[in-house]
Ligand binder design. Structure first.
Ligand code: AMP
Length: 279
């Protein structure tokens, strides 16, 4: 497994692999790897000849009042996981390489970044698309894998790739959950033991919504109300948003159809959690 620290070195390696006709699969992450990340790596290993992971806590996707400085970091553990998943190259970008002095170029997906998490985190997706495009230019993958856990991010990246004609296949991977339903996230490490006991109400509410829709409910408002009541049964969990949207455009739906996605964000203490499911 190669450890790569500079964009030039990464590009050189990727170009060499490309010349040999090898298919490069890429998983961008912010590290503190858990089973959710590993599911992406395993699938990437299966479909690619070469597997690259990047580990970079990207400052431009955090706003000044967010958790950038305390975001979990575990370089040694990540290297063990990467080795276990038979990664070919781990790329650790440096902040100076990603945002050199005078950096002033950003990429923005205009519309679908305005709602949901984008409404609460106005500069977040601009940071995500900018770093993802930079990583694509550096790693030059044929295929990149993203988790449905960050569903808006996946939709935004797909839109950027389509709109900018990037020759990269984007694969969305199912959400990996703990045994009680909580979606795995690096931010779960922030939860106190009592908070951890409360938060499965979020995934439980998704299951209830799915059952309602399977039984024929098409009224988004009715489903959202039940989801709200289920989450509010845990007093410590504060809802940020509950929305039912079209999976591709992320436009709000009032009548649920085959393409609907239920998306939730909630706060518990100082931690913000997101989750979603297909309806
Ligand atoms: P992050 O390190 O949080 O930026 O996540 C890196 C990638 O892993 C993103 O594409 C996430 O959507 C994905 N991911 C994170 N948690 C999960 C999960 N529980 N299940 C599936 N994918 C996940």
């Amino acid at each position: 497994m190669q450890i790569v620290n500079s964009p030039q070195e990464m590009q050189k390696l990727s170009l060499k692999w490309r010349e040999l006709g090898q298919r490069i699969a890429f998983v961008p992450t912010m590290g503190a790897l858990h089973e959710g990340h590993l599911s992406l790596l395993r699938e990437a290993r299966r479909i690619g000849d070469k597997l690259v992971i990047s580990i970079f806590v990207n400052p431009t996707q955090f706003s000044p009042n967010e958790d950038l400085s305390k975001y979990p970091r575990d370089k040694d553990g990540d290297l063990v996981s990467a080795r276990d998943c038979k990664v070919d190259a781990v790329y650790f970008p440096t902040e100076e390489d990603m945002y050199p002095k005078g950096h002033q170029t950003f990429v923005e997906v205009a519309k679908m970044t305005k709602g949901l998490c984008g409404a609460r985190r106005p500069t977040h997706f601009r940071g995500v698309t900018t770093v993802v495009l930079k990583l694509f230019n550096i790693v030059q993958p044929h295929v990149a894998l993203f988790g449905e856990k960050d569903f808006q991010q996946l939709a935004v990246v797909r839109t950027m790739v389509r709109d900018l004609n990037l020759p990269i296949e984007i694969i969305g991977m199912p959400i990996v959950r703990d045994s009680d339903g909580l979606a795995l996230s690096s931010r779960n490490a922030y939860l106190s033991p009592t908070e951890r006991i409360s938060v499965p109400c979020i995934s439980k509410s998704l299951k209830i919504a799915q059952k309602m829709v399977i039984s024929g409910e098409k009224d988004a408002k009715k489903v959202i109300n039940i989801v709200k009541t289920t989450i509010e049964s845990e007093k410590s969990v504060k809802i940020d948003y509950i929305e039912i949207c079209d999976s591709n455009t992320l436009e709000s739906q009032s009548v649920i159809n085959g393409e609907a996605r239920l998306l939730i964000a909630a706060h518990i203490g100082k931690t913000r959690l997101i989750d979603n499911c297909r309806l």
